[in-house]
Design a protein around this ligand. Structure first.
Ligand code: TTP
Ligand code: MG
Length: 569
């Protein structure tokens, strides 16, 4: 963004230049200079404001003394200043002290503007002042004044990138070369889904879909064990690499017992499973499916509503007294970690009807939007926009888009993003700060669950992940080329850098893959694994995998790329 040079500076000095045309540039830290002085030709009527951030107390005192000595007026209000002195080199950091609009009306200079004595004799003159935030991009290609200075060996070279980032350790970034999946070392006969290669679409996808109807019906009816059996069978089918022509091919595969083998046989004969077809035509299944698609309505509530005679979304809206206007304006922010199950318990919570009914009301009002699938490019855009806002409040974060997107799904029901920062303590409280920032920018309208951070607890019996997270409703800003105004579900998950890759693995899914990872870790390694960490059971020793592959290495597993973790339909 172009800066306007302040008139007084333009007209005044030969010794000082006003912000000249060049790009935002990084500057040498003030600590390297032991002594400073104002230029001999001073501008007496300049009002000076010193941003004290990144300056040591002695240096601030020195700046003040020099300003006074040279009759420059120090002011307390940044808005009144002609010149702002700062050691801050990044726009986003500067914006914490003054708005960019205000910055563009002033000369924003580095402390070196108050030239060191030894530099006064150099050619550090009217075209080469140490300007922190110069006015246009004109000289970007040729280099800034300070860069030219560097070529004289006087001042170290500068990084001219406008997006100077806090250094992110490479292990927190995705590997430069993706780790290939050695399919030959994965085996579809394994009992554990995390040892099988499960593509997004498998050669027996129709069979998997048919079995999934029965699984969903069982889950809706509260028959959890049966639902799990079907989920396991489906995950086996998903990993079977050949088209099934005869049931004898698969009878010996794990999780395909007599009952499900019979269904496979029926499918091979008739191209469908009669029980699945019956389920599909039942009013009860259709209604329970619709009702439980509303965030916050679990199978138990869905069944209760059905028993009350409710059948349609209109019935539900009347029952819950949905007022669309209210839905549009209200920001829900619920923080009751104590009483509310963590996200991992989300499904369980829905089953137990643990959800506050006011959530249901909100979710019902948002149903039209939230039921629409999110295409991949929009997930990318959401991530970009969110990272931009995060960079403003905490530079140097990294993130991975997880969930179905990461497994290659062309469309997702929500966007899931895991974040961290190489400086662990900075992660604490960051989720809440980001949500507030996104809300301030008009992007997050609802927060369905905001949990606070607590450490990984290896003794916890129930499987809740202990990461800091917010389940939100998000809308892209109007400035986005993909803006449609459609509200989307966005899950933000913050992990300590030590457990970042555990969180990425855990949230990448799919569900059966995760379930079996935990099972494998427990059965074979004596380790407790979940999205919030890895600990050895017998002494609770934590392990901190430095990469995603290291999570697999630690568990003695072959690497499986996320695109081969599609164990669910
Ligand atoms: P989801 O966002 O619910 O699922 P998804 O991203 O795979 O698919 P979509 O959003 O399109 O519906 O959850 C994200 C990941 O979290 C999921 O892939 C696996 C993990 N997860 C569990 O481990 N257990 C669970 O009960 C759920 C719901 C998710
Ligand atoms: Mg998802």
């Amino acid at each position: 963004m172009p800066f306007k040079r302040p008139a007084p500076l333009e007209a005044s000095s030969s010794n000082l230049s006003s912000p000249s045309d060049s790009h935002l540039e990084d500057i040498e830290g003030p600590s390297k200079r032991s002594k400073i002085s104002l230029p001999t030709k001073v501008l007496p009527d300049i009002k000076l404001y010193v941003i004290q951030a990144k300056l040591s107390s002695p240096r601030i005192a020195e700046l003040f003394t020099l300003a006074e000595k040279h009759c420059q007026k120090l002011c307390n209000d940044i808005d009144e200043a002609d010149v702002v002195v700062t050691a801050i080199s990044m726009r986003r950091r500067l914006e914490r002290h003054m708005s960019w609009e205000v910055a563009t009306t002033k000369a924003v200079v580095t402390p070196e503007w108050t030239l060191p004595c030894d530099c006064e004799e150099t050619d550090y003159g009217s075209t080469q002042s140490p300007v922190a935030y110069p006015s246009s991009s004109a000289s970007a290609a040729s280099g800034s004044p300070r860069q030219r200075k560097a070529s004289h060996g006087k001042i170290p070279p500068l990084d001219l990138s406008a997006e100077i980032r806090v250094e992110v350790p490479s292990h927190l970034l995705p590997p430069r070369d993706p780790v290939p999946t050695n399919l030959e070392r994965l085996t579809y006969t394994s009992r554990y889904a995390c040892q099988r290669a499960s593509p997004l679409l498998c050669p027996n996808q129709e069979l998997a879909l048919e079995l999934d109807i029965i699984r969903r019906s069982r889950a809706l009816e509260g028959e959890e064990r049966s639902a799990l059996s079907y989920a396991r069978a489906i995950s086996t089918v998903k990993a079977y690499p050949h088209r099934i022509k005869s049931v004898s091919q698969v009878q010996r595969l794990p999780h395909l017992g007599a009952k499900i083998s019979g269904l496979v046989e029926e499918f091979l004969d008739k191209g469908q499973i009669s029980e699945a077809r019956d389920i599909m035509t039942s009013e009860r299944f259709k209604t329970l499916t619709d009702f439980s698609s509303v965030y916050g309505i679990g199978p138990h509530t869905a069944r209760r509503l059905f028993d009350l005679g409710l059948r349609t979304f209109d019935d539900l809206e009347v029952y819950y007294g949905v007022d669309p206007a209210e839905v549009d304006t209200e920001l829900m922010e619920l923080e009751h970690e104590e009483n509310h199950p963590g996200w991992k318990g989300r499904k369980a919570a829905q089953q137990q009807d643990d959800f506050d009914e006011s959530w249901i009301k909100i979710a019902l009002g948002l149903r039209a939007d939230l039921s629409k699938k999110i295409p991949r490019d929009e997930v990318d855009e959401i991530s970009k926009v969110v990272m931009h806002e995060l960079e403003i409040i905490e530079p140097g974060c990294v993130s991975t888009i997880v969930g179905g997107y990461r497994r290659g799904k062309p469309e997702s029901n929500d966007a899931d993003i895991v974040f961290t920062h190489s400086d662990g303590p900075k992660v604490k409280g960051l989720c809440k700060r980001l949500v507030r920032q996104l809300h301030k920018q008009g992007m997050v309208s609802h927060v369905m669950h905001l949990s606070s951070f607590h450490g990984h607890n290896p003794l916890r019996t129930t499987h809740w992940d202990s990461l800091e997270k917010a389940l939100t409703v998000f809308t892209l800003p109007k400035s986005s080329s993909l803006y449609t105004g459609t509200r989307r579900r966005l899950d933000l998950i913050f992990a300590d850098p030590n457990v970042y890759w555990c969180a990425v693995v855990g949230w990448s899914g799919s569900i059966m893959f995760q379930r079996d990872l935990r099972q494998w870790a427990n059965d074979k390694c004596g380790i407790k694994f979940d999205s919030s960490g890895i600990t050895r059971r017998y002494d609770s020793k934590p392990f901190y995998p430095g990469t995603e592959k290291e999570v697999f290495d630690l568990l003695g597993l072959e690497w499986v790329d996320p695109t081969w973790r599609n164990t669910d339909v």
